[in-house]
Every structure is written in C-alpha cells, then in structure tokens.
Design a protein around this ligand. Structure first.
Ligand code: MN
Length: 384
C-alpha cells in the first residue's frame, strides 16, 4: 500500500457510517461536482453520478464521474464498446469475471475490454471516486446483469492478497530478472545479445552503477576477460543511449568501508552471514587446506572486498552468481553452494526455478539444466 493513501483511508473510515448523507463528505477532494445521488437500481449502497460530457459526433465516448460510499458497488455488467476507468480519490475495487480483484487508487487507470463481465465500486472502508470513459455502441453503453453478492464482494480482497503473496513467493522481482539475463549473457560472452539485455535493463530502470557492479562482481566467477568485455559492452550501450538523448540514472556508489578489522576476518564474517554456518579457519581439508593462498584470496578479496561493496545487496549478488555459474557449467559444488546461500537469504525454491526458466530462455536448456540438477540436489535432503 502506498503510504500516501493511509491517512485518506483512516479519515474516510470516519465517514463510513454516514450512508444516509445527502452529499458525499467534504473531505473527499473531488474535482467534479458530485451529481445525482442514486440508491438501489444498478448499484448496491449509495453512489453519486455526474454526467460530465455526452458522446458527440467527434468523440464517441461519454464521460462521467462516480462517487461510491464505502462498500457501494455496481452490479455485474458489461460494455459493448468497453470502458476506461481512472481512479481519482480513495480506494476502490475492479473485478472481471473469473479474475482476481484489482485495487484502484488515485491515478490508477484500468481498461475494461468490450463485452467483458465486470463490476467496480468502493473498498470496504474507503470511499472511491472514479472517472469513467464509456464509448457509445449500437448495443448500448452498458448491459446490466445480476448483483455482486456479499459473498463475491467479501471474497475479492482475500483472493487479491493471496494472488499477490503467491506471486511474491514464486517469482523473481523484475529487477532480478534483468540481472539473470545480463549475468547469463556476460558469462557466456554473447555480447550481441548482452547489448539488448543491457538496453532492456536500463529501460526498466536499473541504474548504471548497479549494472556496472553486476559485471564487476562476475569477474570473481568467470574471470577478468568476460567481466571486462561486459563492461566494454555497457560503455558502448551507454554511448548509444546518450546519443539518442536517453538520460540513464547513475545510481548510488559504494560507501567507504569503515569497518577495519583484519580483512580475512571480515571476509569470514560475510561468508558466515551468507551461509548461516560457522567457518573453520584456516580450512582443515579440501582445496583451502591444499592451497591456503586461494582460501585467503577468496575470503579477503571476494567476500571482503567485493561483497562488502553496498551498491548491491547480498541477494542481488547471489542472483548474478547463480546465473553465471549455471552458464559456466562444470562447477556443480559452487553452484550448489550458492543455491544454498540464496535459500538461506530468503529466496524460495520456486523463485530459483523462475531464475532458471529465465536462464533457459536467455542462453539455453543445457545451462538451465545445470542449475535445475544442482537445485534438486540441494532440495533433496530438505524433502526427506
Ligand atoms: Mn464498467
């Protein structure tokens, strides 16, 4: 919920009992006159309807303002010529038959396609003011159907919340989807398609500094050549966009590191935060015992110097890392390690499946399968 709607929401609640008022409360900052009060008929509860403009020979649509008291709503209906609704104040609901309810607030615009059965009205505790643009049609502007039952009205919001929660738990946020495509193509060295992915990311609002940081981060996983070629591609994309007059956001730069314990210890701590497991140092077995140098490089450089840069969060970095490792192939222990870290940081299995679906559509089936195999091996003990 946007913060700005909270005070309106609370204040409007005070008026929710005054359903017999002759005019809507003054607190509604309505732009247009409230018009005629209507109770019953094609509406449940009380609404005020003001016809602002009829259709004419040049403009085929009528323009009207509707104010709904809390819980007031239209019947189910359809428009043979469709309809556009614009939220002007308060909080309302819009629902098409068989689809989740949508919440409408000031500034929201919804287009209802022709002949689609739907209803709209106010939310439980808030008034709602809408502007409706409704084209004339030989079959009429509106065909009224049956009422929205109390049960249908009550089910809408929980279903909406369930849908939102479901999406949040099962999909990567849009920003991370771009990280997956950029990291996959940079790791592969597919610079032609990386160019397109960089334009897409910038168009979607990623900042120059966060993309730059993803490409710098990748050097720890796919080496300086891939990382620098990625940065070179970003430079040329930015030059192209500048020439086109596109002003991309620079974004924040990394804060100075003020915490100055021993760098090895700092890296060790980051690794413990990422994995949720204590790190035994120096390593007593495996590659770290065999080559203490690489254990030092890994802790001091990767986990202290790189992960310590706050341009990206740990979650951001893991999305980039998993995408790159799935594309490299042949690095199953590291891929499984980072999948474990991502789960520990709060990503769900379904979100990681989403990541791998993006890898599949970006670079290929084989690359996605590397990730799916590692993910299922990480999840297996958890499912036993
Ligand atoms: Mn309608």
């Amino acid at each position: 919920m946007r913060n700005s709607t909270i005070p309106i929401f609370l204040l409007l609640t005070l008026f929710s009992l005054q359903s017999t008022a002759q005019t809507p409360p003054d607190i509604l900052n309505t732009i247009f006159p409230s018009g005629d009060k209507i109770e019953g008929g094609n509406f449940e509860g009380t609404v005020w309807v003001k016809r602002l403009l009829p259709a004419d020979s040049a403009f085929n649509a009528a323009l009207g303002n509707v104010i709904f008291e809390p819980q007031a709503r239209s019947k189910w209906h359809k428009h043979p010529g469709g309809q556009t609704l614009i939220g002007l104040d308060g909080m309302g609901y819009y629902q098409e038959k068989g689809k989740p309810l949508q919440i409408l607030r000031k500034g929201d615009v919804v287009r209802c396609p022709p002949d689609i059965e739907h209803w709209h009205g106010a939310s439980h505790d808030s008034w709602f003011v809408q502007l409706a643009i409704t084209p004339e049609h030989p079959e009429g502007r509106v065909i009224w159907l049956h009422e929205v039952t109390k049960e249908e009205y009550e089910m809408g919001l929980p279903q909406n919340l369930e849908e939102q929660t479901h999406l949040q738990l099962n999909e990567l946020e849009p920003r991370h989807r771009h990280f997956v495509a950029i990291s996959s193509l940079a790791a592969k060295g597919d610079l032609g398609r990386l160019t397109t992915a960089l334009h897409d990311g910038l168009d979607a609002g990623l900042t120059v500094n966060e993309i730059k940081e993803v490409l710098v981060h990748l050097y720890a996983y796919c080496g300086f050549p891939r990382s620098i070629q990625g940065l070179n591609t970003l430079i040329s994309v930015l030059e192209t966009r500048k020439a086109q007059g596109i002003a991309d956001k620079t974004g924040k730069t990394a804060s100075a590191v003020t915490d100055t314990p021993d760098k090895y210890e700092r890296g060790k701590k980051v690794l413990e935060t990422l994995t949720g497991k204590p790190q035994i140092t120096p390593p007593q077995s495996g590659y770290g015992a065999f080559s203490p140098e690489i254990d030092v490089f890994l802790k001091e450089h990767l986990f202290a110097d790189i992960f310590g840069r706050d341009v990206l969060s740990f979650k951001d970095r893991e999305i980039a890392t998993i995408s790159a490792l799935a594309n490299l192939g042949g690095v199953s222990p590291m891929l499984k390690g980072h999948i474990g870290i991502a789960l520990h940081l709060g990503f769900t299995e379904a979100q990681l499946m989403h990541l791998l679906a993006i890898v599949e559509s970006t670079t290929g089936m084989k690359e996605a399968e590397n990730g799916r195999k590692a993910l299922s091996e990480v999840m297996e003990p958890a499912k036993k």
